[in-house]
Design a protein around this ligand. Structure first.
Ligand code: PLP
Length: 225
């Protein structure tokens, strides 16, 4: 096993049943993804449309691709033919565009609604009230091209584990509320995507079903200058 494969395998061994690993491979070369693939990893997360396009073309077809970053509406049509899940939907406008482009490809794309609970981790995401508003408005009920599968969030980037825990637990409580109110009859609404390299252990304690881990598998990212 290569060092990357050892890190990947060690992380997978820590995940309880019912928690899936999204290997976040943004800014890492296809060779690194291939290494992870060869060790059995099949779900990868990317956050840039062009980078994802190149990797999707070069890597095996049975990979499940998740778009985890902020997705601009004008990029949706490029990923609609093959993306498995869009994890960070934070507006009705984006949801509508995914629906439209999915239908053009005769597909149904899984999506998660992104919550904004953290103090500053991201400027994106729906506040709890905005989430309720979007669901109350009800347009999503008629969308044949999307399947809303759960919630996604990032906690504040801090060493304060109790604060991270509070934020993830707030996400879990909101999941229960939304599930009961809008998705009680939909078993496919079941995902809680939270936990990254530095906080996935806490996320798992707070009922995560999907952790998105990059650095702890692939090492530091090398950002283009
Ligand atoms: C980059 C990224 C991750 C992975 O972060 P690491 O700290 O490298 O594990 C997870 N989620 C989102 C939304 C990201 O953008």
């Amino acid at each position: 096993m290569t060092p990357l494969q050892e890190r990947l395998t060690a992380i997978r061994a820590q995940l309880p049943e019912g928690v899936r690993l999204v290997a976040v491979s943004k800014y890492h070369p296809v060779e690194a993804l291939q290494e992870a693939y060869d060790a059995g990893q099949r779900v990868f997360g990317e956050s840039h449309e062009q980078e994802l396009r190149t990797k999707h073309q070069q890597l095996p077809a049975d990979i499940e691709w998740h778009f985890i970053g902020h997705l601009q509406t004008n990029k949706v049509r490029f990923i609609a033919p093959y993306i498995d899940m869009v994890e960070a939907v934070d507006s009705l406008h984006l949801l509508q565009e995914i629906d439209r482009q999915a239908q053009r490809c005769h597909r149904r794309i899984k999506v998660l609604l992104e919550l904004h609970i953290a103090r500053e981790a991201t400027k994106y995401g729906l506040t709890p009230d905005a989430l309720r508003q979007l669901l109350d408005a009800g347009q999503w009920r008629d969308m044949q091209g999307v399947e809303i599968c759960g919630l996604m969030m990032m906690a504040t980037n801090t060493d304060d584990v109790e604060q991270i825990e509070r934020e993830f637990m707030a996400g879990a409580a909101l999941f229960d509320e939304v599930k009961a109110r809008y998705f009680a009859d939909q078993p496919s609404f079941c995902e809680r995507s939270w936990g990254m390299s530095h906080d996935y252990a806490t996320a798992i304690k707070c009922r995560s079903t999907m952790v998105r881990i990059g650095t702890a598998i692939f090492g530091e990212r090398e950002y283009p200058r």
